[in-house]
Design a protein. Structure first.
Length: 453
């Protein structure tokens, strides 16, 4: 991270060409540097916090190279909480690069990943959970992901844990008073009331942690592998789920020799869909590598679609695959699909198989529904509170401390010992929003941001 006294500069729009590009400046000299790169069209003063000013942008030699808008921000109106400026140009990489170099020549320092958001955190504009949500919003691949991240940018995580923090702080204060003024009757702890409060807080932590699996899938997405013997219709199903012809489909066994991957949106959950080579015994080295990759894709996937041909009896290896599906390890992540229901039925009864026709599209909506339930659970798709693994670890630490406190109360331990666990739970919750953290953690979190945000 740069010195807080330096003025940062970076391109704020994605690499490549576009209709509009943006260069951002933040720091004490942001307005001065921005004015050196801009020639207003009129003589109106460019006021900090005022409306955008139209004019020309100039290079390091003062030569005009584009026209656009300059916007200056006062600290109370800026994203970072300090003086800021944005230069809106056409989205030419050459123009944007020259403006950054000109700003550096005028005294700015190139921003590292996430440095603008880091300054917003340091200046009290946002907490750590909201900063992490900014990163997630930039990375969102589905609209549902974006909406969830935006709610967290707006402070949803801090708002939801605030009542829990307030209750903890109240009981910490009462416990400290009981320890400090042990002879005063009015400061004595009502242990039964404390026990109920601790159990209630513990239940809330467990409830949020129970929703983390779904939250993780929503935030990070899932991988779905389509496996089965040759010519059962894996590639046809792959195309049907994508709603476009992506994989080559023929009657020739072994057409798919390598894994083929595409992104799919299942009820707002980003899914990496993997079409694999047919599972069989082969002698050709190329086909053998394809089969090996198919097994690897299955092993790495969060969910597996085992596709069977509904127009013929099962093969021995398919029976073995179905037996594996019923094992404790595989039952929760394997969905059996009976394909080719548009053909005469030669299928043996397999419980819970989803019947589809990849050729006609029959049953695909039902399959999507099953996929959604396996990914997020049944019922309404409510926004999870915890989606970040770091937040989950903090909650687990808080729950462990509260569990120890509850056990200590039941065992009749002194207020001093119970207080230690309550303080530890409070600290763990504070780590979510950044109240208690380290520079090393900041460096690790913000290094995962893009430059310019």
């Amino acid at each position: 991270m740069n010195d807080p006294g330096e003025t940062l500069v970076a391109v704020g729009t994605p690499p490549g060409r576009g209709g509009v590009g943006c260069v951002r400046l933040s720091g004490p000299d942001a307005a001065r540097i921005a004015r050196r790169l801009f020639r207003p069209q009129s003589d109106d003063a460019m006021l900090d916090g005022g409306p955008p000013s139209f004019g020309r942008f100039v290079d390091r030699e003062g030569r005009p190279m584009d026209h656009g808008f300059l916007v200056l921000f006062e600290p109370r109106r800026s994203y970072t909480g300090e003086d800021g400026a944005e230069l809106w140009t056409h989205g030419s990489p050459a123009i944007l690069a020259e403006l950054v170099e000109a700003a550096i020549a005028a005294g700015a320092a190139p921003a590292g990943p996430g440095e603008f958001t880091y300054r917003a955190l340091r200046n009290g504009r946002i907490d750590l959970a909201r900063a992490e949500a900014v990163r997630d919003l930039v990375r969102a691949r589905t609209l549902y992901q974006a909406r969830l991240a935006f709610s967290q940018v707006e402070g949803e995580v801090a708002r939801r844990i605030a009542p829990l923090v307030e209750t903890l702080e109240e009981w910490i204060a009462r416990s400290e008073a009981a320890v400090e003024f042990v002879d005063e009757s009015e400061t004595q702890l009502a242990r039964a009331e404390l026990a109920r409060a601790v159990e209630s807080m513990l239940d809330r932590c467990r409830e949020w942690l129970a929703g983390f699996r779904r939250g993780r899938v929503v935030r990070e997405g899932a991988q779905l592998a389509i496996v089965g013997r040759p010519n059962v219709g894996k590639s046809s199903l792959f195309n049907r789920l994508l709603e476009r012809d992506r994989a080559i489909v023929t009657e020739i066994a072994g057409t798919t020799r390598d894994t083929l991957e595409e992104d799919l949106d299942i009820a707002g959950i980003p899914v990496r869909l993997v079409d694999t080579a047919g599972l069989r015994v082969v002698e050709d080295p190329i086909e053998e590598e394809g089969v090996r990759r198919a097994h690897a894709a299955r092993a790495e996937a969060d969910l597996v679609l085992l596709v069977l041909d509904g127009s013929r009896p099962l093969e021995p290896d398919e029976r073995q695959a179905l037996e594996r599906c019923r094992s404790e390890d595989e039952r929760g992540r394997t969905i059996v699909v009976r394909n080719k229901t548009d053909l005469p039925d030669g299928f043996e009864v397999v419980p819970d198989a989803v019947a589809v026709s990849a050729r006609t599209g029959a049953g695909i909506d039902a399959l999507r529904h099953v996929l959604r339930e396996r990914l997020t659970g049944a019922g309404l798709l409510e926004a999870p509170i915890i989606t970040d693994a770091r937040h989950a670890r903090c909650l687990e630490a808080a729950a462990s401390a509260l569990d120890r406190a509850a056990e200590g109360i039941r065992a009749g331990l002194s207020e001093e010992l119970v207080l230690v666990d309550l303080v530890e739970a409070r600290r763990a919750l504070g780590e979510i929003t950044g109240e208690f953290t380290t520079e090393e953690l900041y460096d690790r979190i913000f290094s995962s941001f893009c430059i310019g945000k």
